[in-house]
Design a protein around this ligand. Structure first.
Ligand code: PMP
Length: 375
């Protein structure tokens, strides 16, 4: 029977506690949300919602075509200009998702005969970019610039190192300055995914590359998502104008994908303006992450010290992580639950995301619920 093999695989995932379920959110849910990525609490901000509505009224419900055909509105190019200026890069290109932006950056910048040096903790979208690229990928130890140097040393021809700026599972930051230095030593490019750094790290949330003094460098390309700090949807690649022009000509997820919906562009644009006008939001989300970590540690839980907004708490097994997250939910708290295959090493975790708009009382409640439901 066609697809019959799926049933046995699903049973195996069931036995291992790895079956996933979709839980549709209802409007006005009373759950305290530490599972989403609305880091700055902007997704429901009236100006962001109005930005989306206004863009939809002017430009319609969809972009109507590829960016190269009809899918580029004036709003797209304005957002690109403002994103690049805010983050300190020469140019930016907006994609329909951060995932598509990562596929574009890696595939377009790693041609046949090139080497891609990829951190072992990188996000799935970077990994998929490596798989699709014509270059050869070498995976190196997590957050290890020396290992990157060793890989680059033994290659001739174009090379690029690829890393998250803040790793999505444990919330730890990459050693960006050291990575850039080693790439420069060997004439390699550096692609960093700032999905979790943009809006949180750097002056006023300008991102991890800006914080590391790498924004605008001729050999550094950053990607980001509009779906976390900006509370919208979409992604972007930031870098030298010649790199962005090259992506317009060659990146398949740019050329063969419908442009980002105007409503998402409008929402992201409004959120970016809020971020620029209220730089304290970035500092606030970092403080909330620190307070969550301090509370969990004081409660005797094993939490990774956060470098940005993600706070990771170790769980003893995948099954108990799933049960722990379910008990949190029953107690009114939504938390993320990471287990294989999302975490390759089998160390399952609860994943909390700090939000700039969480109150002290909400932080205390979250810590109390996680402590009381611990396995
Ligand atoms: N990179 C990282 C590190 C991410 O965490 C995510 C989203 N989970 C993405 C890229 C993909 O971004 P998007 O959701 O906009 O496709």
């Amino acid at each position: 029977m066609a697809f019959g093999w799926i049933d046995e695989r699903r049973r195996a995932r069931h036995r291992a506690g790895l079956v996933r379920t979709l839980r549709p959110r209802a409007p006005g849910s009373p759950l305290l949300d530490l599972a989403g990525n609305d880091y700055l609490g902007l997704s429901h901000h009236p100006e962001v919602v109005e930005g989306a509505a206004r863009a939809a009224r002017v430009w319609g419900g969809g972009a109507t075509g590829s960016r190269l055909v009809t899918g580029t509105t004036e709003l797209h190019t304005e957002l690109e200009r403002e994103l690049a200026a805010f983050c300190g890069f020469e140019a930016a290109l907006v994609f329909s998702s951060g995932y598509a932006a990562n596929l574009a950056a890696v595939t377009a910048l790693a041609p046949h005969g090139s080497l891609i040096v990829s951190d072992a903790g990188n996000h799935a979208s970077l990994i998929d970019g490596c798989r699709l690229a014509r270059g050869t990928t070498q995976v190196v130890a997590h957050a290890d610039p020396e290992a990157v140097g060793k890989a680059l040393r033994s290659h001739e021809g174009p090379a690029v190192a690829v890393s998250d700026t803040v790793f999505s599972v444990d919330g730890d930051a990459a050693p960006l300055a050291a990575l850039a230095a080693v790439c420069r030593e060997y004439g390699a490019g550096l692609i960093v995914d700032d999905a979790h750094g943009f809006g949180v790290l750097g002056e006023g949330g300008r991102g991890a590359p800006h914080a590391a003094g790498l924004a605008g460098a001729g050999d550094v390309v950053a990607t980001l998502t509009l779906s976390k700090s900006l509370g919208s949807q979409g992604g972007a690649v930031l870098g030298p104008a010649r790199v962005v022009d090259h992506l317009v000509d060659t990146a398949r997820t740019f050329i063969f994908d419908t442009g980002l919906a105007p409503a998402s562009v409008g929402a992201a644009f409004a959120a970016l303006r809020l971020l620029r006008g209220e730089p304290e939001r970035a500092a606030r989300v970092r403080a909330v992450a620190g307070a969550l970590h301090a509370g969990l540690t004081a409660a005797g839980l094993e939490a990774v010290r956060p470098d940005a907004a993600v706070v990771s708490v170790r769980a003893p097994s995948p099954e108990r992580a799933v049960r722990w997250a379910a008990e949190c939910r029953a107690a009114g708290l939504a938390v993320g639950c990471f287990r294989p295959p999302s975490v390759p090493d089998g160390v399952s975790r609860l994943r909390l995301t700090a939000r700039a708009d969480l109150s002290g009382e909400q932080i205390e409640r979250a810590v109390r619920v996680i402590g009381e439901t611990r396995p």
